[in-house]
Design a protein around this ligand. Structure first.
Ligand code: ADP
Ligand code: MG
Length: 618
């Protein structure tokens, strides 16, 4: 007897619903996408009890006539694609024709819709996939979709829902994602009848971002000037060096307006930030990628969050280039970076709370303040716990600049000129703590420099400059060093030999599993080059263990070489320390080491006074 059965439609929808609507936030994604596809200018989202009890979306889009309103609840009913060719170049958010029947099959569902020119609209009710009523509807043009008691008929699914607060946090995050990409659309979000977000329509992307993340963060963003590489156009706003998060929640990227996650994009971001991002941290980005819809496939995942690029490397490269160009041109400015809006850039400690959402506090993940460059650091926000090491403040020299006219943004291609650099501040060196932290007095208070991190930054930039101009000069060793290697190390060194040579390390095979090193980089100050080389190879080994190929990038090798080039317990004389400070301030990114850790930290006199009880906390 045959065992295979075609599933009844209602059951098939419930199965599909498992993939498409796993939680209230997914409903919001699907329904907001539909409203956007319908050309809405105003979208309201109302949620009750995290969206589990109810989600209602009201839009002023094109609406549907009665026939379409009935049809849209059938599986695979869509107005957005017709042929196989359409599937190759999707320009709408929806195309699968799955969302509405899926949602209707796992909730108490109501659809009310009216076309602008129709006198009367249609209201349809569906209960767990069963049509219960169709009647005339006299509401405003547009569409209202309401889903109550999510998963009331699928207890197994309901069990997977988290607390109401968590579910609502996801709902809000989902709406934020759409709101960022669609500033021209007004959005409202309420929870249990309380207003959570109200975002008026605007033509200014930054205005919208400010409405979502608050003025303080928005003012510290860098504008990514629109640029096109390999037919891929990239634009948006990003956090500067040091503005990072411990999770990806603020790393938002859009492909032709659709919020997506993709490994190629993440790699591109990481590559672009390179040493401006601390290990394990994620950047803050609002990045928009535009490309030919034929060049990727969104039909990979039912939730349409992932895409498959035909040429992932091109995407990665385009992103990496535009990020690094943005960071570079920001670093070239005398005042540290090009804030997204000059007048809003406040150097005075004035904690700015986001204006719109009181819920922001709960969702906001603490910024990694330690890695932030001094000049763009914001004061500690009142909600941040009192830090053990207070966040750095501005060196006074730089702070004085606030009265001056904001500097002109230089074109990204303009070459670095020494005149552009801030002069090394005139810090008085007090001493060195634990052979590592240089204590200095500034007119503002106490400045600490991590001598090791500063050195790494200086050497790294020397390496990079030398590489750009044809290779790192090397010094011949009086006695060449011979290295005995394991077969794996042999492969590693062979694979990276050309890069090592370009970095001033003259290394050549010298028999089976033996290498000879005849020269090391000229600026390396070490009396034990063999030990230095050991350290470098050790680090390369651990780097290669983490990557799939033995070949490492030149930058990775340079960073490694720099790390090995300074020891924390080197005792430096005062003139040497002064020279180091001067070299550091001649760097393009003086405020963090190539691994993204801070090089300088400042504790202001005011902070000290507070600690000693001479000034009221606040
Ligand atoms: P898809 O978006 O993949 O086409 P859906 O199930 O989400 O599938 O929606 C089915 C169809 O219903 C859409 O193609 C569209 O024609 C119509 N529709 C859905 N929501 C709206 C809306 N808010 N306004 C107007 N039409 C809508
Ligand atoms: Mg849809």
């Amino acid at each position: 007897m045959s065992k295979i059965r075609i599933l009844p439609d209602a059951l098939a929808s419930q199965v599909a619903a498992g993939e498409v609507v796993e939680r209230p936030a997914a409903l919001v994604r699907e329904l907001v996408e539909n409203s956007l596809d319908a050309g809405a200018g105003h979208i309201e989202v109302h949620a009750q009890r995290g969206g589990i009890a109810m989600i209602r979306i009201v839009d002023d889009g094109c609406g549907m006539d009665r026939e379409d309103a009935m049809l849209c609840l059938e599986r695979h009913a869509t107005s957005k694609i017709r042929t196989k060719d359409d599937l190759g170049a999707i320009c709408t958010f929806g195309f699968r024709g799955e969302a509405l029947p899926s949602i209707a099959s796992v909730s108490r569902f109501r659809l009310a819709t009216r076309e602008r020119e129709s006198l009367v609209g249609t209201e349809i009710e569906v209960n767990g996939g069963k049509l219960t009523s169709v009647r005339d509807h006299g509401g405003a043009p547009g569409t209202v979709i309401e889903a109550r008691s999510l998963f009331f008929n699928v207890p197994a699914r309901r069990k997977f829902l988290r607390t109401e607060n968590t579910e609502f946090a996801h709902v809000e995050q989902q709406l934020r994602l759409h709101a960022i990409a669609n500033p021209q659309v007004a959005f409202t979000l309420t929870h249990n009848g309380e207003l959570v977000l109200h975002l008026p329509a605007t033509h200014d992307m930054l205005e919208r971002i400010r409405g979502l993340v608050g003025g303080e963060m928005a003012s510290r963003l860098l504008k990514v000037e629109e640029s096109t590489f390999h037919g891929i156009t990239v634009s948006g706003y990003i956090g500067g060096p040091g503005m990072s998060r411990s999770n990806r929640q603020m790393q938002t990227t859009y492909l032709n307006g659709r919020p997506i996650e993709s490994a190629s994009i993440s790699y591109g971001l990481r590559e672009g930030y390179h040493t401006a991002l601390m290990k394990g941290q994620h950047p803050v980005t609002f990045l928009f990628i535009q490309m030919d819809p034929h060049a990727f496939d969104v039909n990979v995942h039912p939730a349409k969050k992932e895409v498959r690029f035909h040429d992932g490397n091109a995407v990665r490269d385009a992103i990496s280039r535009s990020i690094s160009r943005t960071l570079e041109s920001a670093a070239k400015l005398p005042s540290g970076h090009a804030p997204a809006r000059q007048p809003a850039f406040s150097l005075v400690p004035a904690p700015a709370m986001p204006v719109i959402s009181h819920r922001q506090e709960q969702l906001d993940i603490p910024v990694t303040r330690t890695a932030a460059p001094l000049r763009q650091l914001a004061p500690v926000s009142p909600r941040a716990p009192i830090p053990e090491a207070p966040p750095p403040r501005l060196p006074v020299e730089l702070e004085q600049k606030q009265d001056e006219a904001p500097p002109e943004t230089k074109p990204a291609s303009s070459k670095k000129e020494d005149a552009d650099r801030p002069a090394a501040p005139d810090f008085r060196i007090i001493g060195v703590l634990q052979k590592l932290y240089v204590l200095m007095e500034s007119p503002e208070g106490l400045v600490l420099m991590d001598q090791h991190a500063a050195h790494e930054r200086v050497n790294f930039e020397k390496f990079r400059r030398a590489l750009e101009t044809g290779g790192v000069p090397c010094q011949r060793l009086l006695m060449p060093i011979t290295l005995q290697t394991t077969p794996r190390d042999t492969d590693l060194l062979r694979q990276n030999q050309a890069a090592l040579n370009r970095l001033g390390i003259e290394i050549d095979p010298f028999g089976p599993n033996v290498f000879k090193v005849e020269a090391v980089p000229a600026f390396l100050k070490t009396d034990d080059p063999a030990a230095w080389l050991d350290d470098v190879i050790e680090e390369l080994r651990s780097l290669s263990a983490k990557s799939s190929s033995l070949r490492l990038s030149e930058d990775a090798i340079a960073t490694t070489a720099c790390r090995a080039s300074v020891k924390s317990n080197d005792v430096l004389s005062i003139p040497e320390l002064q020279a180091l400070l001067k070299d550091l301030f001649a760097c393009e990114m003086p405020y963090c080491c190539p691994h993204g850790r801070p090089t300088l930290v400042q504790i202001s006199t005011a902070e000290l006074e507070r600690k000693f009880g001479r000034r009221a906390p606040g």
